[in-house]
Design a protein around this ligand. Structure first.
Ligand code: MTE
Length: 323
């Protein structure tokens, strides 16, 4: 079992030195929110809750669909995908959507650190102002053998790299979820290596398919999908799609993911979809399409080989890129 230890990073400097003035905007909004919440206390409890929960990004949705990303199958209805989730922080069943509503997604600061020109924190609503949102229809293939198709809204991960300004020596991106056992009962299970961590190479992050997701079905992301921001790399198994990202670290060391920490022999770093490479305990040849009473053949790279296979031409001579 592995436990992560939070250390103060060596680059740690006063926050105001590290963060451009405008990036504090969300914090000011947060302070206003605290004041409003105080006022809410004299209102009814229900009114105060509504004020706190209002999502300030609602007006950005729906975003224009990017027609370059087409599907070979029907979209999975929202009613199904929003009630069939993996979010271990809120429990191990698929039925966590009610429990996930406890997650507070505003204010939401994301720390960008490690091998970047200058570490900083950015609030989600300020980040949303800096990027162009678009909708993409993508498949999601879970390592457990089921799949769905979702209209995600978000922005290319490449845009995040442009904002973060990684140093030339950075080789990987490490992404980390929140840690708050008070709201996430799963995180009270100390045998898991919380917080959930995932990672990818810089080349993968810059690939056109790598998508930072902030919405689904034409609305801000519902909490069970990993609000307010998650990853989706559609050519990889869903476990790579880390939810509710709080920290993004650029590094020259390959990050150790949550699942590698738990069962390294079963979950490799790359996690690329391949029907011919079985999970040690089950075949990956087919997948159950959520909401349909059938299994269909799984495609290599989950059908996205044209965009991503060339990323791995050299790498696969040296190491296993499928499991
Ligand atoms: N991110 C966090 N923080 N915690 C999780 O348990 N589960 C992963 C991934 N991201 C997970 C996570 C797995 S195994 C899958 S299949 C997808 O989220 C599921 O995403 P969905 O619930 O939106 O379908």
């Amino acid at each position: 079992m592995t436990f992560s230890i939070i250390r103060r990073p060596s680059w740690s400097i006063a926050e105001r030195d590290a963060t451009p003035e405008e990036l504090f905007l969300d914090r000011r909004e947060a302070l206003k929110g605290v004041a409003a919440f105080g006022a809410g206390l004299v209102l009814s409890g229900r009114a105060a809750f509504a004020a706190e929960e209002k999502d300030p990004s609602t007006h950005l949705y729906p975003a224009k669909r990017n027609e370059a990303y087409k599907l070979d199958r029907a979209l999975t209805p929202e009613d199904l995908t929003s009630k069939y989730n993996n979010f271990y922080e809120f429990g191990q069943s698929k039925n966590i959507y009610r429990a996930a509503q406890a997650l507070k997604t505003r204010p939401w600061q994301i720390k960008i650190d490690g091998m970047v020109e200058k570490p900083f924190e950015i609030g989600i609503d300020y980040l949303l102002k800096k990027v162009q949102l678009e909708e993409r229809l993508y498949r999601l293939r879970c390592v457990e053998g089921w799949s769905m198709t979702i209209p995600w809204t978000g922005f290319p991960m490449k845009a995040l790299l442009d904002i973060a300004m990684p140093q030339s020596g950075a080789k990987y991106v490490r992404m980390e979820t929140f840690k708050d056992p008070e709201v996430a009962p799963g995180q009270r299970q100390v045998w898991y290596p919380w917080p959930y961590v995932e990672g990818c190479s810089m080349e993968e992050a810059a690939n056109e398919l790598a998508f930072m997701v902030t919405g689904a079905y034409g609305k801000p992301l519902a909490k069970q999908y990993g609000a307010p921001i998650r990853l989706h790399m559609p050519w990889k198994y869903g476990f790579k799609a880390v939810k509710s990202i709080k920290r993004i670290t650029f590094t020259d060391k390959r990050p150790k993911s949550f699942w590698q920490g738990l069962q390294g022999a079963e979950y490799g770093f790359w996690g690329n979809v391949n029907p011919e490479v079985s999970h040690p305990r089950w075949s990956q040849a087919t997948e159950a399409v959520l909401g349909q009473n059938k299994r269909v053949p799984t495609l290599i790279w989950n059908g996205y080989g044209e965009q991503v296979a060339s990323l791995y031409t050299e790498l696969q001579k040296k190491e296993k890129i499928f499991f």
